[in-house]
Design a protein around this ligand. Structure first.
Ligand code: AP5
Ligand code: ZN
Length: 218
């Protein structure tokens, strides 16, 4: 299984990625998680990326494409992969195509902006694994504690309302065009085109999971 989860910040990509990667035994390739790990380790990339991420902008295509290509060389990608938060621009999507990196599905999660603001303000994350919770909609078993490791949960630096609004604007401008890119490709005669599906991302975490699985297991 090789797929892209496409959708705005806070759509639930990371939340659903956990279920899909478990079900199909594939790794989650989240460029956001990779960048946050670089920030934490204070690598040169991390130091550069932190400023951009805190402002809600996008890290340069060259850096991201290099990161993803390196990641795909690792052994665990042999049976497939789930891209979360990548590609995010047309040049990133073109880079995948030009490198003949095959895809079975592109699934777009559609969530209105008002739901997104509410989701981001209550989000808590486990930095080491990237696991996401919500104080109201998807609470951990013990408040502010990761269910798996028992370690503390934190708020992301880019989840302030002002930054979230900027991230949404960047999504509309730079990432939303990928919907036409992939739906157009799916309708063409190209046998290499991935299937494109849109799902409504509002509902319980379980309901959304069932909607996605219905598509992937057809
Ligand atoms: P990234 O980490 O990719 O962030 P994002 O795309 O903005 O998406 P989020 O992680 O915020 O949301 P999500 O869809 O994963 O939602 P989640 O499941 O957590 O990128 C961060 C930054 O890194 C970017 O701004 C950019 O600077 C840089 N970057 C990353 N990739 C890049 C690239 N390819 N190119 C350039 N720059 C890049 O859910 C959100 C909340 O909602 C949680 O609290 C969750 O519990 C809750 N929730 C989930 N599902 C539901 C539900 N059904 N109902 C109610 N609440 C729910
Ligand atoms: Zn995420």
């Amino acid at each position: 299984m090789r797929l892209i989860l496409l959708g705005p910040p806070g759509a639930g990509k990371g939340t659903q990625a956990t279920f899909i990667t478990q079900e199909f035994g594939i790794p989650q390739i989240s460029t956001g998680d990779m960048l946050r790990a670089a920030v934490k380790a204070q690598t040169p990339l991390g130091l550069e990326a932190k400023k951009i991420m805190d402002a809600g902008g996008l890290v340069s295509d060259d850096i991201i494409i290099g990161l993803v290509k390196d990641r795909l060389q690792e052994d665990d990608c042999r049976n497939g992969y789930l891209f979360d938060g990548f590609p995010r621009t047309i040049p990133q999507a073109d880079a995948l195509k030009e490198a003949n990196i095959s895809l079975d599905f592109v699934v777009e999660m559609v969530v209105p902006e008002e739901n997104i603001i509410e989701r981001m303000s209550g989000r808590r994350v486990h930095p080491a694994s990237g696991r996401s919770y919500h104080v109201k909609f998807n609470p951990p078993k013990t408040p502010d504690t990761d269910d798996v490791t028992g370690e503390p949960l934190v708020q992301r630096d880019d989840d302030k309302e002002e930054t979230v609004r900027h991230r949404l604007a960047v999504y509309q401008e730079q990432t939303r065009p990928l919907v036409d890119y992939y739906s157009g490709w799916a309708q063409s005669n190209d046998a290499a085109a991935p299937r494109f599906h849109q799902i409504q991302g509002v509902g319980s975490v379980e309901e959304i999971r069932n909607r996605i699985f219905a598509i992937l297991k057809k």
